[in-house]
Design a binder for this molecule. Structure first.
Ligand code: AMP
Length: 270
């Protein structure tokens, strides 16, 4: 596995592959876990070359969010990525990605301002911009995104279509812990008690899924289950259509940590 810390190093690593290389890109913010593994393994199965980026993108965090305490462990990440069959890791510094005179941003209207975008102003501008930069740098044929961040995947898909990027966005189902909690780098920030309370989030979504299947109100069912867990503060619980599927999406606050999750009510993620 090759590790590139600069854009020059990345270009040198990619050059021998040629312009038409069958590259799959897995963009991440590091603190790798089984969710990232699912993406990397899917890319491994579908692409000749698997590139994984590790970049804790400050542009997608607002002031006062958890950028400072976000977990990071590059050494461990590199060991994991190598074990998953990744060929190339791109782990640039902030200065490499955003030099002092950086001035160009991508805004995806509509989707960029709802749900997570409403709760976290500027978040999706940071996401879209960094993804476009990574796509331009790596030139992948496919890029892999997790269902856990379904709105992000739909937004990147929108951008790829609107800007004619000519790459395929692949959506991979959410990887979960044994108790149902979606794997997330932020789970490491939860206290034991918050971690226990967080189990109510997937349970609430499952209740919503059952209600929907029975012709009842999915949001209502999920909200009432969440209301029974006083240690979680719900933000939104919403049914939305994203990229052709109908999702039940929720965001909650557990202590200082924001958790998001969703289930598909209509359609499938395979
Ligand atoms: P992050 O490092 O949190 O920005 O995530 C990088 C990618 O991994 C995104 O496409 C996420 O949607 C995806 N991802 C994160 N957690 C999971 C999970 N539990 N299951 C599947 N994909 C995930």
């Amino acid at each position: 596995m090759t590790t590139a810390r600069t854009i020059d190093e990345l270009r040198r690593a990619l050059a021998p592959l040629g312009a038409d290389a069958d590259v799959g890109l897995v963009p991440t913010m590091g603190a790798l876990h089984g969710g990232h593994e699912a993406l990397a393994r899917r890319a491994r199965a579908e692409c000749a070359v698997v590139a994984l980026s590790i970049f804790l993108n400050p542009a997608q965090f607002s002031p006062g969010e958890d950028l400072e305490r976000y977990p990071r462990d590059l050494e461990q990440d590199l060991l994991l990525a190598a074990g998953w069959g990744v060929d190339l890791v791109f782990a640039p510094t902030v200065e490499e990605m955003y030099p002092a005179d950086f001035a160009t941003w991508v805004d995806v209207e509509g989707l960029g301002g709802t749900l997570e975008g409403a709760a976290r102003p500027g978040h999706f501008r940071g996401v879209a911009t960094v993804c476009l930069k990574l796509f331009n740098l790596v030139r992948p044929r496919r890029a892999y995104f997790g269902q856990k961040d379904a709105q992000q995947a739909a937004l990147v898909e929108r951008m790829a279509r609107d800007l004619n990027l000519g790459l395929e966005i692949r959506l991979v189902p959410t990887a979960r812990d044994e108790d149902g909690l979606a794997l997330s780098s932020r789970n490491a920030l939860l206290s034991t008690e918050e971690r226990e309370a967080a189990r109510a989030l997937p349970r609430a979504l499952a209740a919503g899924e059952r209600a929907h299947a029975a012709g009842e109100d999915a949001e209502e069912a999920a909200r009432s289950l969440l209301a029974a867990e006083p240690r979680l503060r719900p933000d939104y619980v919403r049914v939305e259509r994203l990229d052709g599927r109908v999702y039940l999406l929720a965001a909650v606050q557990a202590g200082d940590t924001r958790l998001i999750d969703n289930v598909v009510l209509e359609g499938a993620v395979e």
